[in-house]
Design a protein. Structure first.
Length: 110
């Protein structure tokens, strides 16, 4: 009998939502500022489309300016897809920005 592979459970606490609206994020990492399109996101993190890759574990400052208002967060690179972009896990969101982040994710889920 062939051996079956067992799927490992996702380590994500929040499911990602594909971003169909134009959502962009300004990010700062290792002395470089850039602006990238967000491809998917959740309350726990996001994936940005960019040719400017970062190493896994790189700390990044993020700033969104969306209809919900300004949202600032700190993140860490958790996944890299060369030629496509990278995924970030949020490590800190200010108490003032957390409700706006939740409102943005709710809007994107609709």
């Amino acid at each position: 009998m062939p051996q079956q592979k067992i799927a490992s459970p996702s380590r994500r606490f929040n499911s990602r939502v594909p971003v169909t609206d134009e959502v962009w994020v300004c990010w700062h990492s290792n002395g470089r500022d850039d602006i990238s399109r967000v491809l998917d996101m959740s309350l726990g993190g996001l994936f940005v489309k960019t040719p400017a890759l970062r190493k896994i574990g790189t700390a990044t400052k993020l700033e969104f300016l969306v209809s919900e208002g300004q949202i600032r967060a700190d993140g860490i690179v958790r996944h890299v897809a060369p030629g496509h972009g990278f995924g970030l896990k949020f490590t800190a969101v200010t108490d003032a920005d957390r409700p706006r982040l939740a409102a943005l994710v709710r809007r994107l889920r609709r």
